[in-house]
Write a protein that binds this ligand. Sequence first.
Ligand code: ADE
Ligand code: ZN
Length: 324
Amino acid sequence: MNFSEIPKTELHLHLEGAAPPAFIRQLAAEKGVSMDGVFDENGTYVWGNFVEFLATYERACEVLKSPEDFGRLVTAVLEEQASHGVIYTEMFLAPDFCGGGDLVAWKEYLAAMTEAALASPVEARFIPTCVRHFGPEQARVTARVTAETAGGLVTGFGMGGDESQFSAADFAYAFDIAREAGLGLASHAGEVEGADSVRETLDHLRVSRIGHGVRAIEDPALGKRLVDEGVVLEVCPGSNISLGIFADLQAHPISALREAGVQVTVSTDDPPYFHTDMTAEYRGLSESLGWTQDDFNAINRTAMQAAFCDDVTRSKLMAKFNGA
Ligand code: ADE
Ligand code: ZN
């Protein structure tokens, strides 16, 4: 199999976390912003654990200061996506870094990102995302600006950040605002925290997709709930291994979850931070876990079914994964 050429759908990619290191260094040089401590001597992002990863990520975001910067970033990331065979992608992006919750500013950022995405060969949608460790109040601000701009490429609302902070219930109101606006809902859970975190997220945020969710494997009753309720997991194996949640693909639960009937999809999360890309993810699943073209078609159909897009787009793209 030529892994880069297999058509792919990616549902879980952070725009800021996908920023190529050279892109961030270039912007830092243009603006005279210090990136000390962000990169190692090989020019890759430096972090040692999950909390440090989030801190480096936020440091790198300090150079993204204008709508134009974000437009350029969307172009760079979607070009990279296309080179790995991605034909449909949903990008998480944090309005906190795009004007800090000011609606007028956010609309300018969104216009620049939309223009860049529409000019790219990849069909893209945006999932504005609150950052859990910035707290519930800021999450409500993020939900409000997202709801104000729902439509166009803004089709979902999500939550990332430090899963150990606050409880899912604290964010229920933010997710209610987004649900009311007709947006698709997704939240990180069951990545660095266990099954209880996934359960609370389902109970209080009522999302159709869980970012990661892989630690649901620790609780068979929760696995059954995911199957029964048709919850889709955005699984990012390379990210989980890089963060030390599982030692390697053999120890990763993606195949076990799938065999238990849980709907799984495959994404990269923050590719340069985790030294991965969609080609590497597919190659790993094939070489380490024996996944075949049929398996890849199946997970891509699952992803298109769960995608936050209109039905015309869904059927058009679904046809690419029918196993022909
Ligand atoms: N933001 C970017 N990547 C993330 C991850 N893997 N977990 C939580 N928040 C994130
Ligand atoms: Zn993520």
